[in-house]
Design a protein around this ligand. Structure first.
Ligand SMILES: Cc1cc2nc3c(=O)[nH]c(=O)nc-3n(C[C@H](O)[C@H](O)[C@H](O)COP(=O)(O)OP(=O)(O)OC[C@H]3O[C@@H](n4cnc5c(N)ncnc54)[C@H](O)[C@@H]3O)c2cc1C
Length: 362
Protein backbone atom coordinates (compact mmCIF):
# COMPACT_ATOMS: atom_id res chain seq x y z
CA UNK A 1 0.00 0.00 0.00
CA UNK A 2 1.30 3.49 -0.86
CA UNK A 3 2.63 5.61 2.01
CA UNK A 4 0.41 8.30 3.43
CA UNK A 5 0.71 12.06 2.77
CA UNK A 6 3.50 13.23 5.10
CA UNK A 7 2.02 16.33 6.69
CA UNK A 8 -1.25 18.10 7.53
CA UNK A 9 -2.49 21.02 9.60
CA UNK A 10 -4.89 18.78 11.50
CA UNK A 11 -5.10 14.98 11.66
CA UNK A 12 -8.42 13.50 12.78
CA UNK A 13 -8.25 9.91 13.98
CA UNK A 14 -11.50 8.07 13.24
CA UNK A 15 -14.00 8.35 10.40
CA UNK A 16 -17.28 7.84 12.28
CA UNK A 17 -19.96 10.51 12.58
CA UNK A 18 -17.79 12.46 15.02
CA UNK A 19 -14.55 12.49 13.00
CA UNK A 20 -16.42 13.27 9.77
CA UNK A 21 -18.42 16.11 11.32
CA UNK A 22 -15.30 17.68 12.79
CA UNK A 23 -13.44 17.35 9.46
CA UNK A 24 -16.29 19.11 7.68
CA UNK A 25 -16.57 21.84 10.31
CA UNK A 26 -12.81 22.53 10.14
CA UNK A 27 -12.87 22.69 6.34
CA UNK A 28 -15.85 25.06 6.45
CA UNK A 29 -13.91 27.30 8.85
CA UNK A 30 -11.12 27.54 6.30
CA UNK A 31 -8.59 25.07 7.74
CA UNK A 32 -6.98 23.92 4.48
CA UNK A 33 -5.02 20.83 5.18
CA UNK A 34 -7.24 18.44 7.15
CA UNK A 35 -6.40 14.72 7.03
CA UNK A 36 -8.85 12.13 8.32
CA UNK A 37 -7.35 8.72 9.10
CA UNK A 38 -9.71 5.74 9.38
CA UNK A 39 -8.69 2.20 10.23
CA UNK A 40 -11.42 0.57 8.13
CA UNK A 41 -13.98 2.24 5.88
CA UNK A 42 -15.71 5.56 6.64
CA UNK A 43 -18.77 5.32 8.88
CA UNK A 44 -18.84 1.58 9.41
CA UNK A 45 -18.79 1.24 13.22
CA UNK A 46 -21.10 2.59 15.95
CA UNK A 47 -22.30 5.42 13.75
CA UNK A 48 -23.57 2.91 11.17
CA UNK A 49 -25.19 0.70 13.84
CA UNK A 50 -27.15 3.52 15.50
CA UNK A 51 -30.89 4.15 15.38
CA UNK A 52 -30.54 7.86 14.57
CA UNK A 53 -32.83 9.06 17.36
CA UNK A 54 -32.31 12.66 18.48
CA UNK A 55 -34.03 12.46 21.85
CA UNK A 56 -32.56 14.67 24.56
CA UNK A 57 -35.89 15.21 26.31
CA UNK A 58 -37.17 11.63 26.25
CA UNK A 59 -34.29 10.33 28.32
CA UNK A 60 -33.56 13.28 30.63
CA UNK A 61 -34.27 13.14 34.35
CA UNK A 62 -33.13 16.71 35.00
CA UNK A 63 -31.88 19.85 33.35
CA UNK A 64 -28.09 19.75 33.58
CA UNK A 65 -25.19 20.84 31.40
CA UNK A 66 -25.35 17.66 29.33
CA UNK A 67 -29.07 18.14 28.69
CA UNK A 68 -28.51 21.70 27.50
CA UNK A 69 -25.75 20.56 25.12
CA UNK A 70 -27.90 17.74 23.79
CA UNK A 71 -30.88 20.05 23.13
CA UNK A 72 -28.59 22.57 21.47
CA UNK A 73 -27.19 19.91 19.16
CA UNK A 74 -30.65 18.56 18.32
CA UNK A 75 -31.77 22.06 17.42
CA UNK A 76 -28.82 22.42 15.01
CA UNK A 77 -30.12 19.47 12.97
CA UNK A 78 -32.56 21.22 10.59
CA UNK A 79 -29.84 23.61 9.38
CA UNK A 80 -27.21 20.83 9.39
CA UNK A 81 -29.44 18.56 7.27
CA UNK A 82 -30.32 21.39 4.88
CA UNK A 83 -26.66 22.37 4.44
CA UNK A 84 -25.65 18.76 3.74
CA UNK A 85 -28.41 18.48 1.15
CA UNK A 86 -27.22 21.68 -0.51
CA UNK A 87 -23.60 20.49 -0.53
CA UNK A 88 -24.15 16.89 -1.59
CA UNK A 89 -27.70 16.43 -2.87
CA UNK A 90 -28.20 13.74 -0.20
CA UNK A 91 -31.38 13.89 1.88
CA UNK A 92 -30.53 12.64 5.38
CA UNK A 93 -34.24 12.05 6.04
CA UNK A 94 -34.58 14.23 9.09
CA UNK A 95 -38.02 13.17 10.26
CA UNK A 96 -39.65 15.75 12.50
CA UNK A 97 -42.81 13.81 13.40
CA UNK A 98 -41.67 13.54 17.03
CA UNK A 99 -41.49 10.80 19.65
CA UNK A 100 -44.06 9.04 21.80
CA UNK A 101 -42.90 7.77 25.19
CA UNK A 102 -45.30 5.08 26.41
CA UNK A 103 -46.16 4.10 29.97
CA UNK A 104 -46.97 0.40 30.01
CA UNK A 105 -46.70 -0.33 33.73
CA UNK A 106 -47.53 1.54 36.93
CA UNK A 107 -43.83 2.24 37.41
CA UNK A 108 -43.58 3.64 33.84
CA UNK A 109 -46.54 5.88 34.59
CA UNK A 110 -44.79 7.38 37.62
CA UNK A 111 -41.67 7.89 35.54
CA UNK A 112 -43.43 9.73 32.70
CA UNK A 113 -45.35 11.80 35.23
CA UNK A 114 -42.05 12.98 36.80
CA UNK A 115 -40.65 13.76 33.34
CA UNK A 116 -43.76 15.69 32.37
CA UNK A 117 -43.69 17.70 35.61
CA UNK A 118 -40.08 18.91 35.44
CA UNK A 119 -40.09 19.51 31.70
CA UNK A 120 -43.30 21.58 31.73
CA UNK A 121 -41.92 23.54 34.71
CA UNK A 122 -38.79 24.20 32.63
CA UNK A 123 -40.96 25.42 29.74
CA UNK A 124 -39.96 22.56 27.41
CA UNK A 125 -42.34 21.29 24.71
CA UNK A 126 -44.00 18.08 25.93
CA UNK A 127 -47.60 16.88 25.65
CA UNK A 128 -49.38 14.47 27.99
CA UNK A 129 -51.69 12.01 26.20
CA UNK A 130 -54.28 9.63 27.56
CA UNK A 131 -54.06 6.01 26.40
CA UNK A 132 -56.93 6.65 23.96
CA UNK A 133 -55.25 9.76 22.54
CA UNK A 134 -51.95 7.91 22.10
CA UNK A 135 -53.69 5.02 20.31
CA UNK A 136 -55.58 7.42 18.12
CA UNK A 137 -52.27 8.96 17.06
CA UNK A 138 -50.50 5.61 16.54
CA UNK A 139 -53.06 2.76 16.35
CA UNK A 140 -50.29 0.13 16.32
CA UNK A 141 -49.42 0.61 20.00
CA UNK A 142 -50.50 -1.93 22.57
CA UNK A 143 -53.93 -1.83 24.18
CA UNK A 144 -52.14 -2.05 27.53
CA UNK A 145 -50.84 1.51 27.12
CA UNK A 146 -51.64 3.49 30.28
CA UNK A 147 -50.68 6.89 28.92
CA UNK A 148 -47.94 8.59 26.96
CA UNK A 149 -45.87 11.69 26.50
CA UNK A 150 -45.36 13.21 23.09
CA UNK A 151 -42.10 15.06 22.53
CA UNK A 152 -42.64 17.09 19.35
CA UNK A 153 -39.01 18.25 19.13
CA UNK A 154 -37.36 14.86 19.76
CA UNK A 155 -36.92 13.60 16.21
CA UNK A 156 -34.86 11.19 14.11
CA UNK A 157 -32.33 11.16 11.28
CA UNK A 158 -31.38 8.32 8.92
CA UNK A 159 -27.86 7.96 10.28
CA UNK A 160 -26.54 5.88 7.36
CA UNK A 161 -27.61 8.56 4.89
CA UNK A 162 -26.06 11.12 7.24
CA UNK A 163 -22.74 9.26 7.06
CA UNK A 164 -22.90 9.16 3.25
CA UNK A 165 -23.66 12.88 3.13
CA UNK A 166 -20.81 13.71 5.50
CA UNK A 167 -18.34 11.53 3.58
CA UNK A 168 -19.42 13.16 0.34
CA UNK A 169 -19.20 16.64 1.85
CA UNK A 170 -15.68 16.25 3.27
CA UNK A 171 -14.41 14.89 -0.05
CA UNK A 172 -15.87 17.91 -1.85
CA UNK A 173 -14.33 20.25 0.71
CA UNK A 174 -10.87 18.84 -0.02
CA UNK A 175 -10.24 16.88 3.18
CA UNK A 176 -7.57 14.19 2.65
CA UNK A 177 -9.00 10.80 3.56
CA UNK A 178 -6.84 7.80 4.39
CA UNK A 179 -8.98 4.70 4.91
CA UNK A 180 -7.66 1.21 5.80
CA UNK A 181 -5.03 3.07 7.82
CA UNK A 182 -4.72 3.01 11.58
CA UNK A 183 -3.09 5.54 13.85
CA UNK A 184 -0.92 3.60 16.27
CA UNK A 185 0.59 6.39 18.37
CA UNK A 186 1.02 10.11 18.76
CA UNK A 187 4.44 11.55 18.03
CA UNK A 188 5.24 13.96 20.84
CA UNK A 189 8.07 16.34 21.55
CA UNK A 190 7.94 17.36 25.19
CA UNK A 191 4.32 18.24 25.76
CA UNK A 192 3.55 19.06 22.11
CA UNK A 193 2.01 16.97 19.34
CA UNK A 194 4.37 16.70 16.36
CA UNK A 195 2.43 14.13 14.39
CA UNK A 196 0.98 10.65 14.32
CA UNK A 197 2.49 7.27 13.50
CA UNK A 198 0.18 5.32 11.21
CA UNK A 199 0.23 1.85 9.68
CA UNK A 200 1.29 3.58 6.42
CA UNK A 201 3.93 5.92 7.76
CA UNK A 202 4.23 9.12 9.70
CA UNK A 203 2.13 12.27 9.30
CA UNK A 204 3.56 15.47 10.78
CA UNK A 205 0.91 17.78 12.20
CA UNK A 206 0.67 20.34 14.98
CA UNK A 207 -2.90 19.32 15.86
CA UNK A 208 -4.52 15.92 16.32
CA UNK A 209 -8.11 15.06 17.21
CA UNK A 210 -8.89 11.68 18.75
CA UNK A 211 -12.32 10.65 17.45
CA UNK A 212 -11.73 6.92 17.44
CA UNK A 213 -14.84 5.90 19.38
CA UNK A 214 -14.55 2.74 21.46
CA UNK A 215 -10.93 2.23 20.34
CA UNK A 216 -9.67 5.68 21.40
CA UNK A 217 -7.63 4.51 24.39
CA UNK A 218 -5.58 2.07 22.28
CA UNK A 219 -3.73 4.98 20.66
CA UNK A 220 -0.41 5.39 22.42
CA UNK A 221 0.21 8.79 23.93
CA UNK A 222 2.63 9.86 26.68
CA UNK A 223 2.76 7.64 29.80
CA UNK A 224 2.10 10.77 31.91
CA UNK A 225 -1.11 11.65 30.08
CA UNK A 226 -2.65 8.58 28.47
CA UNK A 227 -5.81 8.96 26.45
CA UNK A 228 -8.85 8.63 28.78
CA UNK A 229 -10.26 5.14 29.09
CA UNK A 230 -13.16 4.55 26.75
CA UNK A 231 -14.97 1.23 26.99
CA UNK A 232 -17.26 -0.40 24.42
CA UNK A 233 -20.91 -0.96 25.33
CA UNK A 234 -22.51 -3.28 22.82
CA UNK A 235 -25.90 -2.47 21.35
CA UNK A 236 -27.77 -4.90 19.16
CA UNK A 237 -30.55 -4.03 16.72
CA UNK A 238 -33.25 -5.86 14.80
CA UNK A 239 -34.61 -4.55 11.52
CA UNK A 240 -38.14 -5.47 10.49
CA UNK A 241 -39.96 -4.61 7.30
CA UNK A 242 -43.23 -2.70 7.67
CA UNK A 243 -44.86 -1.93 4.34
CA UNK A 244 -47.14 0.01 4.60
CA UNK A 245 -45.58 1.88 7.51
CA UNK A 246 -46.82 0.84 10.92
CA UNK A 247 -46.02 4.07 12.75
CA UNK A 248 -44.86 7.59 12.00
CA UNK A 249 -43.52 8.57 15.43
CA UNK A 250 -40.46 7.05 17.04
CA UNK A 251 -42.05 5.01 19.85
CA UNK A 252 -40.15 4.57 23.05
CA UNK A 253 -40.71 2.75 26.34
CA UNK A 254 -38.41 2.51 29.34
CA UNK A 255 -37.26 -0.86 27.95
CA UNK A 256 -37.02 -0.48 24.20
CA UNK A 257 -37.94 1.48 21.10
CA UNK A 258 -39.12 1.19 17.52
CA UNK A 259 -38.00 3.63 14.83
CA UNK A 260 -39.81 3.81 11.47
CA UNK A 261 -37.72 4.66 8.42
CA UNK A 262 -39.19 6.26 5.31
CA UNK A 263 -38.44 3.20 3.15
CA UNK A 264 -40.49 0.85 5.35
CA UNK A 265 -37.70 -0.49 7.56
CA UNK A 266 -38.67 -0.55 11.22
CA UNK A 267 -35.71 -0.64 13.61
CA UNK A 268 -36.11 -2.19 17.04
CA UNK A 269 -33.53 -1.68 19.76
CA UNK A 270 -31.52 -2.21 21.74
CA UNK A 271 -29.28 -3.85 24.33
CA UNK A 272 -26.56 -2.37 26.59
CA UNK A 273 -23.93 -5.01 27.19
CA UNK A 274 -20.41 -5.04 28.55
CA UNK A 275 -19.05 -7.73 26.24
CA UNK A 276 -15.67 -6.32 25.28
CA UNK A 277 -15.08 -5.82 21.57
CA UNK A 278 -17.22 -8.79 20.48
CA UNK A 279 -19.47 -7.07 17.98
CA UNK A 280 -21.80 -10.01 17.48
CA UNK A 281 -25.55 -10.46 17.53
CA UNK A 282 -26.70 -12.98 20.14
CA UNK A 283 -29.83 -15.07 20.60
CA UNK A 284 -30.43 -13.49 24.02
CA UNK A 285 -29.97 -9.97 22.65
CA UNK A 286 -32.39 -10.44 19.78
CA UNK A 287 -34.95 -12.10 22.01
CA UNK A 288 -34.83 -9.20 24.53
CA UNK A 289 -35.21 -6.61 21.78
CA UNK A 290 -38.16 -8.40 20.20
CA UNK A 291 -39.86 -8.89 23.57
CA UNK A 292 -39.60 -5.17 24.31
CA UNK A 293 -40.70 -4.19 20.81
CA UNK A 294 -43.71 -6.55 21.01
CA UNK A 295 -44.59 -5.01 24.36
CA UNK A 296 -44.81 -1.63 22.57
CA UNK A 297 -46.68 -2.99 19.56
CA UNK A 298 -48.00 -6.55 19.28
CA UNK A 299 -48.73 -5.61 15.65
CA UNK A 300 -45.06 -6.20 14.76
CA UNK A 301 -45.48 -9.91 15.40
CA UNK A 302 -46.16 -10.78 11.75
CA UNK A 303 -43.49 -8.53 10.25
CA UNK A 304 -40.50 -10.17 8.60
CA UNK A 305 -37.09 -9.75 10.26
CA UNK A 306 -34.82 -8.50 7.46
CA UNK A 307 -31.56 -7.70 9.25
CA UNK A 308 -29.78 -7.71 12.60
CA UNK A 309 -26.53 -6.05 13.66
CA UNK A 310 -24.52 -4.84 16.63
CA UNK A 311 -22.29 -1.86 17.33
CA UNK A 312 -20.03 -0.63 20.12
CA UNK A 313 -21.02 2.57 21.91
CA UNK A 314 -17.97 4.46 23.19
CA UNK A 315 -18.40 5.10 26.92
CA UNK A 316 -16.10 7.07 29.27
CA UNK A 317 -16.04 6.25 32.99
CA UNK A 318 -18.69 8.87 33.87
CA UNK A 319 -20.81 8.22 30.79
CA UNK A 320 -20.25 11.77 29.50
CA UNK A 321 -18.51 12.76 26.26
CA UNK A 322 -14.81 13.66 26.44
CA UNK A 323 -14.62 16.89 24.46
CA UNK A 324 -12.01 19.59 23.96
CA UNK A 325 -8.30 20.17 24.40
CA UNK A 326 -6.36 17.54 26.33
CA UNK A 327 -4.79 20.28 28.45
CA UNK A 328 -1.50 18.51 29.22
CA UNK A 329 -0.42 17.94 25.61
CA UNK A 330 -0.51 20.99 23.34
CA UNK A 331 -2.22 20.35 20.02
CA UNK A 332 -4.15 17.30 21.23
CA UNK A 333 -7.96 17.40 21.24
CA UNK A 334 -10.48 14.76 22.29
CA UNK A 335 -13.89 14.11 20.75
CA UNK A 336 -14.85 10.72 22.05
CA UNK A 337 -17.00 8.92 24.61
CA UNK A 338 -20.29 9.98 22.99
CA UNK A 339 -21.82 6.75 24.29
CA UNK A 340 -25.58 6.63 23.47
CA UNK A 341 -25.73 10.06 21.87
CA UNK A 342 -23.07 10.43 19.20
CA UNK A 343 -25.51 11.00 16.35
CA UNK A 344 -27.41 13.55 18.42
CA UNK A 345 -24.26 15.35 19.57
CA UNK A 346 -22.42 15.34 16.22
CA UNK A 347 -23.32 18.83 14.92
CA UNK A 348 -22.48 20.53 18.20
CA UNK A 349 -19.28 18.49 18.60
CA UNK A 350 -18.20 19.63 15.13
CA UNK A 351 -18.83 23.26 16.06
CA UNK A 352 -17.15 23.12 19.47
CA UNK A 353 -14.03 21.22 18.42
CA UNK A 354 -13.45 23.18 15.21
CA UNK A 355 -13.90 26.46 17.10
CA UNK A 356 -11.45 25.32 19.81
CA UNK A 357 -8.86 24.31 17.20
CA UNK A 358 -9.17 27.44 15.11
CA UNK A 359 -8.94 29.71 18.17
CA UNK A 360 -5.89 27.79 19.48
CA UNK A 361 -4.15 28.49 16.15
CA UNK A 362 -4.87 32.26 16.18
C1 LIG B 1 -27.26 -0.06 18.60
C2 LIG B 1 -26.90 1.39 18.78
C3 LIG B 1 -27.88 2.36 18.72
C4 LIG B 1 -27.56 3.70 18.86
N1 LIG B 1 -28.54 4.61 18.72
C5 LIG B 1 -28.23 5.94 18.80
C6 LIG B 1 -29.22 6.92 18.59
O1 LIG B 1 -30.38 6.59 18.32
N2 LIG B 1 -28.87 8.22 18.69
C7 LIG B 1 -27.60 8.61 18.98
O2 LIG B 1 -27.36 9.82 19.08
N3 LIG B 1 -26.63 7.70 19.17
C8 LIG B 1 -26.91 6.37 19.09
N4 LIG B 1 -25.95 5.44 19.29
C9 LIG B 1 -24.61 5.88 19.71
C10 LIG B 1 -23.79 6.38 18.52
O3 LIG B 1 -23.83 5.38 17.52
C11 LIG B 1 -22.35 6.64 18.93
O4 LIG B 1 -22.31 7.49 20.05
C12 LIG B 1 -21.59 7.33 17.79
O5 LIG B 1 -21.73 6.60 16.59
C13 LIG B 1 -20.12 7.48 18.12
O6 LIG B 1 -19.50 8.00 16.98
P1 LIG B 1 -17.93 7.93 16.81
O7 LIG B 1 -17.60 8.57 15.51
O8 LIG B 1 -17.30 8.45 18.05
O9 LIG B 1 -17.61 6.36 16.82
P2 LIG B 1 -17.60 5.29 15.65
O10 LIG B 1 -18.73 5.45 14.73
O11 LIG B 1 -17.39 3.96 16.29
O12 LIG B 1 -16.32 5.69 14.83
C14 LIG B 1 -15.01 5.58 15.34
C15 LIG B 1 -14.12 5.28 14.15
O13 LIG B 1 -12.76 5.32 14.55
C16 LIG B 1 -12.06 4.32 13.82
N5 LIG B 1 -10.83 4.02 14.54
C17 LIG B 1 -10.70 3.43 15.76
N6 LIG B 1 -9.40 3.35 16.11
C18 LIG B 1 -8.69 3.91 15.10
C19 LIG B 1 -7.30 4.12 14.90
N7 LIG B 1 -6.38 3.77 15.81
N8 LIG B 1 -6.90 4.69 13.73
C20 LIG B 1 -7.82 5.06 12.79
N9 LIG B 1 -9.16 4.89 12.95
C21 LIG B 1 -9.59 4.33 14.10
C22 LIG B 1 -13.04 3.15 13.79
O14 LIG B 1 -12.73 2.24 12.75
C23 LIG B 1 -14.36 3.87 13.59
O15 LIG B 1 -14.71 3.99 12.22
C24 LIG B 1 -26.22 4.08 19.12
C25 LIG B 1 -25.23 3.12 19.15
C26 LIG B 1 -25.55 1.78 18.97
C27 LIG B 1 -24.45 0.74 18.98
Amino acid sequence: MASIKGSADVVIVGGGVIGLTIARALALRGVRDVCLVERGGLGTEASFAAAGMLLPQVEADAQDEFFDLACKSRDLYPAFAAALREETGIDVELDTTGTLYLALTEHDQEEIERRYEWQTRAGLPVERLSAAEARELEPCITESTRGALRFPKDIQVENRRLLSALANSVKKLGVTIATQTSVDSLILEGNRVQGVQTSRGRVSCPTTVIAAGSWSSFIKSSPQSPIPTIEPVRGQMVCLEAKPRLTHHVIYSPRGYIVPRQDGRLLAGSTSEHAGFAKCVTAGGISTILRNALEISPAISDLPVVDTWAGLRPRAADGLPVLGPCGEIDGLFYATGHYRNGILLAPLTGELISEAIVSSQR
